[in-house]
Design a protein around this ligand. Structure first.
Ligand code: C5P
Length: 222
């Protein structure tokens, strides 16, 4: 029998990673942050001054890199060929360019193949944009997590301020909407709710409330 799998998709900063990590921890499942994989490739491509429009060069670069994760409780670390890129892949430059990189069909094919290989190793919670539609079309539970753009930008703003970053709420809202638009309108596997996904609006819910709902749904389907 296939491993039990949970797909969590949705727009930027809807809380997918936080929720997915907690659900995985609670169930003892593997957690895979697919956004971190696209961010890692984008980070290295910028560092090596590649043209982000050049699909073949990006694929060649991807072939030369191994993206791995480590976990300590709730804390996830991301490594590219052994280098710790956890903080670097969250920087503004990467966030602003990742949608360009992730829009390339051949980049996505390789990423999806890697993600499916990881999913084959055990029970998993995966979050991203195309998990329920492309990566794990047979996932046992599919969640499409949304929240209003204003609420999502506000959450991102508070996180950034807490980290001591100098950001403007207005600018963050604009960038978040642009990234959602780009991710939802690309040709290759755009962000979209799978027909059999359950839509959850977290605008007025706490993290723990969303986690509880997802866990309840998972238990019902197991
Ligand atoms: O989830 P996160 O915001 O870190 O994702 C960064 C970007 O990676 C997204 O804006 C999107 O362009 C891309 N992505 C994707 N497919 C996924 C996960 C992320 O295209 N499964």
């Amino acid at each position: 029998m296939d491993n039990f799998s949970i797909a969590i998709d949705g727009p930027a900063s809807a809380g997918k990673s936080t929720i997915a990590k907690k659900v995985a921890g609670n169930l003892g499942f593997i957690y895979l942050d697919t956004g971190a994989m696209y961010r890692s490739l984008t980070y290295i491509a910028i560092k090596e001054s590649l043209s982000l429009d050049n699909e073949d060069e990006l694929v060649e670069l991807l072939d030369s890199i191994e993206i791995t994760f480590s976990y300590e409780g709730d804390r996830q670390k991301v490594f590219v060929n052994g280098e710790d890129v956890t903080e670097l892949i969250r920087e503004k430059d990467v966030t602003q360019h990742v949608s360009l990189v992730s829009a390339h069909t051949k980049v996505r094919e390789e990423m999806v193949a890697r993600q499916q290989k990881i999913a084959a190793t055990g029970e998993i919670v995966m979050d991203g944009r195309d998990i329920g539609t492309v990566v794990l079309p047979k996932a046992d539970l599919k969640i499409f997590l949304v929240a209003s753009a204003e609420e999502r930008a506000l959450r991102r703003y508070k996180e950034s301020v807490a980290k001591g970053m100098d950001v403007s709420l207005e600018q963050l809202t604009k960038e978040l909407k642009e990234r959602d638009y780009y991710d939802s309108n690309r040709i290759a596997s755009p962000l979209k709710k799978a027909d059999d996904a359950i839509e959850l609006d977290s605008t007025h819910l706490s993290i723990d409330e969303v986690v509880e709902i997802v866990l309840k749904l998972a238990v019902e389907r197991k």
